[in-house]
Write a protein that binds this ligand. Structure first.
Ligand SMILES: [Fe+2]
Ligand SMILES: [Fe+2]
Length: 359
């Protein structure tokens, strides 16, 4: 927990005393609501990358179901309730209607509105048709308590690649692989960049912006598609704004970066963690220098680096809290003096437990 919160968790527990200890409220989530801020404060919760996988008929991979169930339960217990929930994409594993319907059914237990981002696993079976019909627009903007939100569909790709596959199933299967030499980089595309330009033309440069996307809107590691090919074009449109936060899914791990005025944060996955690309490959990559690698004893542990996050917006700057199911909680906030995002629970890389060998 950061030093600048108006009430520390310990103080809160002390003042709340026996009342809170006797209650069943998840205390770890209460701190989200007590940050210090001069503007109108609000919180929203983020759930991402559930990858619900249909085995047959009504049978789904139970481990992935349980991840989403747990996230929905944790958000439902938050008090006060977040203003809304952002779902960060990859609700389905192979874009099937049954998987999307199953996910919507599970998410319907939430009592606050949901804003959806599309992931490549939701999209490439039918090029987003069912998603658009049943779930959400693929890109849109909205305003909430003085903050302008923009949701982008960042997982589009080149036409030639789309035409290369003979069936929708084959196309989906190819896009679903992590380290696919036959893959194709994600992009936002000219049409949407034109739309973004028009959308932002109505927004003053003092208005805080929060951009939601599935892939990171910068370049991390191309062989795994932790990458958006035209990210620089989007960044150029965000550059005139004083307070910009980009929140994204897809990488299934804590990752943050600062490029000029823009802070980037990744969401956790509820399904499985990916290792950092530096962990198992010597290939060049651009994992941001300021990323504090998490202390992960076993990067293939099915619940390591999975969880949900909540975002606290005060003074237009987003602070992200991670509730990790099998690791210590983390808080990432923008440090005005340093001019970048810092990790309140920094884990010294020299004390990190090295990855184990996997065969
Ligand atoms: Fe994912
Ligand atoms: Fe993804």
């Amino acid at each position: 927990m950061g030093k600048d919160n108006s009430i520390s968790r310990r103080t809160f527990l002390k003042t709340a005393g026996g009342f809170m200890t006797a209650s069943l409220l998840p205390l770890k989530l209460v701190e989200v609501c007590w940050g210090k801020g001069e503007g109108e404060k609000f919180t929203f919760a983020c759930i991402s990358d559930s990858h619900l996988t249909q085995i047959k008929g009504t049978k789904f991979t139970s481990n992935f179901d349980k991840g989403l169930e747990q996230a929905v339960a944790e958000v439902s217990l938050m008090w006060p309730q977040p203003d809304f929930v952002v779902y960060g994409g990859d609700l389905a594993q192979l874009g099937k209607k049954a998987e999307i319907d199953h996910g919507l059914e599970m998410l319907s237990k939430l009592e606050v509105p949901i804003r959806f981002v599309t992931g490549e696993h939701d999209f490439y079976l039918d090029m987003g048709r069912y998603w658009e019909e049943k779930v959400s627009k693929l890109y849109y903007s909205f305003d909430h308590k003085g903050v302008h939100f923009v949701t982008l569909n960042s997982i589009l790709t080149y036409e030639d690649w789309i035409k290369r596959w003979s069936t929708p199933k084959e196309r989906m299967g190819q896009m679903a692989r992590l380290d696919n030499p036959q893959g194709s980089p994600f992009m936002v595309g000219e049409e949407q960049i034109g739309w973004l330009k028009k959308d932002l033309s109505k927004i003053s440069h003092d208005t805080p912006l929060i951009v939601l996307s599935h892939s990171p809107l910068y370049k991390v590691f191309k062989p795994w598609n932790f990458w958006t090919d035209d990210a620089e074009k989007v960044q150029a449109l965000l550059r005139p704004y004083k307070k910009v936060t980009v929140l994204h899914g897809h990488v299934h791990q804590i990752l943050y970066n600062q490029i000029g005025n823009i802070s980037f944060h990744a969401w956790m996955s509820t399904a499985w963690p990916w290792p950092y690309p530096t962990t198992y490959t010597q290939k060049p990559n651009m994992v941001p220098k300021m990323t504090a690698f998490m202390n992960r004893a076993d990067v293939f542990h099915e619940r390591d680096a999975t969880g949900i996050s909540s975002v606290d917006v005060a003074n237009g700057r987003a602070t992200q809290h991670f509730e990790l199911w099998e690791n210590s909680s983390r808080t990432l906030r923008f440090d005005e003096k340093l001019g970048r995002v810092v990790d309140a629970n920094y884990q010294d890389p020299s004390k990190r437990i090295p990855p184990q060998n996997h065969y």
